[in-house]
Design a protein. Sequence first.
Lengths: 367, 315, 245
Amino acid sequence: MSAFRGLVRKETLHLLRDRQTLAILFLLPVVSVLLFGFAVRTDVRAIPIVVVDVAPDAATRALIARFAQSEQFQLHGTLRSEATLDALFQAGTVRQAIVLPTETDRRLVRGERVVVGLITDASDPNTGRVMEGYAGALLRRWHAERAGVAPSGGVSLLTRMRFNPTLESVNLFVPGLIALILTIVAAMMTAISITREKERGTMELLLVSPLRPSAVVLGKVAPYVVLGMANMLTVLLAARGVFGVPMRGHPLVLLGASLLYVIASLGLGILISTKAETERTAIMAALAGLLLPTLMLSGFIFPLEAMPRPLWAISHLIPARWFLTIVRGVMVKGAGLADLWRELAILAAMSVALLGIGIRRLAIRLP
Amino acid sequence: MSSSDAAIVVHDLHLTRGSTRAVDGVSFTVPRGERFGVIGPDGAGKTTLFRMLTTLLVPDRGTAHVLGHDVAGAPWMIRPQLGYMPGRFALYPDLSVAENLAFYADVFDTTVAAGMARIAPIWSQLAPFAARRAGALSGGMKQKLALCCALVHRPTLLVLDEPTTGVDAVSRREFWDLLDTLRGDDLTIIVSTPYMDEASRCDRVALMQAGRFLAVDTPAGISAGFPLPLLALRAADRIGMLSVLRDFPHAVGAWPFGETVHYTDARVGAAPALVLAELREWAGAHGIADLEGEAITAGIEDVFIHRLAEHERAA
Amino acid sequence: MTTPAIETTNLTRRFGDFVAVDAITLSVARGEVFGFLGANGAGKTTAIRMLIGLLAPSDGEATVAGANVRTDPATVRRRIGYMSQRFSLYDDLTVRENVELYGTIYGLSRAEIRSRMTELLERIQLTASRDTLVRQLPLGWKQQLALMVALLHRPEVVFLDEPTGGVDPITRRRFWELIYATAAEGTTVLVTTHYLDEAEYCDRLSIMVDGRIAAMGTPAEVRAQVGVSTLDEVFLTLTRAVAAP
């Protein structure tokens, strides 16, 4: 046991002594939360909107007031006809327009179907979709207040937003960020720290020692488990503190899933280090082999549902996919063990398998 | 000698690395308690040989028994008893001197205190710098720390792969003095070096080149085995002297050795005084008027050069 | 003789409180083979870095190949060649590619590179291996090639930092014969080494101890100064006098 303790202590010292890397590892989560939260966020604020209200009444005035008060919209005014709309869109003065029918209030009271026109500047399709969603949500709330019949026609609601009524994109990004950062810390740092020993020649001495390679590697990676968990908490706290990201489910489920994910990542890092002889190779392998799939195929950036069939099939092999489902479930939907046991089981199986394969692959001699 | 008395018994060892026969049929035995030197230039195969002895590589052919165990079959029996100093000092530059030592004690499941008796003479020189980062040590101090790390678990066999390479002459000498303090404890040491002058610090040495042993003997035995007349010569024009000597009909070799040139004559048993007289006459006729010298006993380097040149001529 | 190839006056380099090179004054004549000796950490590397224009002196002056290292390091670097044991050649390039690369770096024309390559490879009998990867050459050849590459642009002064580390005793001596041939052509050679018997091959030498020059002269003069019979003993006497950390 003293050998294991010695390894952990030594690896911790390496981490603490390398101030630059340590600073990066702790700034990375905070900076990425801020980046994704502010700069890269796809939600849009202060959309210039105009309402075409042919026949003002109590209901339309209530709707206009809602738009005027909303942070997401900046009401450009109301028009009596659609005549000038094209010019306003072309000039970029407005990016969205609501066209209300006549006798809106009366129809609502009678429970009749109200057809509301929603015109959106879709020159940037992503922003367009977001704007459409915002307006739809606002119309739905307005309608729910005024009557019991759904408005239809030009308004489309996105089912994705059912659990994210305020449409904060940061809620969707934070789980992905956690996966990304844990991959970097657990997999990449592990691969780097093992290949560094090979490059320095110290691995040669550790191999000659009576320690089994598995003991060497487990002792070396243990501090990265702690570091990874610390980083995850940093992301969560930053996301909560700055953006008020919710935690609707039980935090323990989240911690457990993170631990499983860290172990799976460590296994991948060890696997990389069994092949890579230099730090540089290890970094490249981790970037291409782990970070890209984590970004692209986990549902972090591209929705799983929209993936081509073959990629969608491959995504099942990516631990981050299952981890992301769990984290989103816990944080945004308030899901618990009962809802997520399947994903947790898959993630657990993956981590045991990856760590096992990684350790088995470790050579007891030089290549 | 039975294998239980010997620390190392190697028989017809071969290992090909890539396209080179790194170790190409080496056999030798090292009794317990001996200090055995393997002397040869870079690329001779010393490191590959040592890596087989330390169970890091498996031989293609032949056998090696270390401390009674087969290196290919029983690495875990050998490893705990082995102290190893690889070619590059295996130290962690970001850890302090004391932390490096403590780490290697931990790895072997022991403590620095338990190993202190063994390393005390070396540690006493390092102790003042215990808190310094290993990366900030001079080459000589790194070497001493690496030796402490290899000894802290009280191994029975110490394997030192080029411990003095890249270290200045003073530190080299100090290092060998330190090895002397380890004598008499039934510790076997096998050490490699590219420096010929270090041969005299070993009980027995092997001269290694191109994967083979050119000779294995005591340093005195190797010197005594030099078959030809050997003279140390001096002249003001050392460069001119070299080519004149090489052109002499009976010359086998003429090489600069410090301030003199060592000249080997092809005639076995020829009287050195006679050879010298002939050489003076020859040199005088070729513009070197001040040639002087005397017969000398061959050193390890003379033997090595002689064997190498024979080898090159044969190839 | 004209101006010296290397001339320093009270050349000093400090790193914070630590004086790595402490007011060294020396002069190396053109065509001389000068041995620059010292224990590890005595300040040799720092001194050489100043002489090749990589490190600015804290104090004092140095002129190398007619240019001032402080005010005109670019000219110094153009007029010198440098070969270190650690880095000189690219292992993953062939002999020819290495020579061409350095030729281009030093601004030689295509024709010059070709004729100089033929001449230098001929000298070390490496012409047949010109398309071999440097990685595949034996160490001794690599080092001889590194020297030839350092001489490619006909430098006035060439700095050799431990050029013979680890090679066999014959190759080591052949290398020194190349050094002599280089000096005979008028190129000044400043060389560092851990082999003290090699220092005997130098025309003159200096031994640095703790940033200062503790002895300087021909090998015979230096031996006489210290009053011992071999350079090995000279070195031991001088460096042991100082309690080294």
